[in-house]
Write a protein that binds this ligand. Structure first.
Ligand code: FES
Length: 160
């Protein structure tokens, strides 16, 4: 019962977000961005509600939501860690950092640890190439990232 009430509240929030943006040209992307910012992912009701508000097909909304890797169609773990897999970071030791992140978090890229503690994202350039390799922990950018610095940032975030 509590879950149903929560789901209905979420659906009302999604509808309010979509309605507020619906008059803008190209409203679909800003709506999906706003929904994800609010929930941390795109809850399943998003596609139907946004399609209804914008008067487009569900396939149109689902196509955009699934095309862009930045949109999550499943909830993320409690901590989101990103490691840059692009060229400048690869050349600066990014592969070792990536391997460490997988081992430390207990999941591969694009996945969430079984206990829900963390999600590991591959990022293709943070725009921080001068300080490669780059990573992010809980949205905070780390330059010249090493396993030790990544570990310290993860501990700091999880102890908050
Ligand atoms: S290539 Fe990694 S931050 Fe640009």
């Amino acid at each position: 019962m509590a879950q149903q009430t929560e789901d209905r509240a979420d659906e009302a929030t999604i509808r309010a977000i979509a309605t507020a943006e619906a008059g803008r040209p190209g409203a679909l992307m800003p709506i999906l961005v706003a929904v994800q910012r609010r929930f941390g992912w795109l809850p399943p009701a998003t596609v139907e509600i946004v399609a209804d508000v914008l008067n487009v097909s569900r396939a149109d909304v689902a196509g955009v939501a699934s095309f862009y890797a930045d949109f999550r169609i499943e909830p993320a773990g409690r901590l989101v860690v990103g490691v840059c897999r692009a060229e400048a970071c690869q050349a600066a030791g990014g592969e070792a950092l990536a391997a460490y992140a997988e081992e430390r978090l207990g999941c591969g890229f694009g996945a969430t640890a079984a206990d829900g503690s963390a999600t590991l994202d591959a990022v293709y350039c943070f725009g921080n190439c001068a300080l490669a390799p780059a990573a992010s922990v809980g949205g905070r950018l780390i330059g010249r990232a090493s396993p030790e610095r990544l570990d310290a940032a993860i501990r700091a975030e999880t102890e908050r």
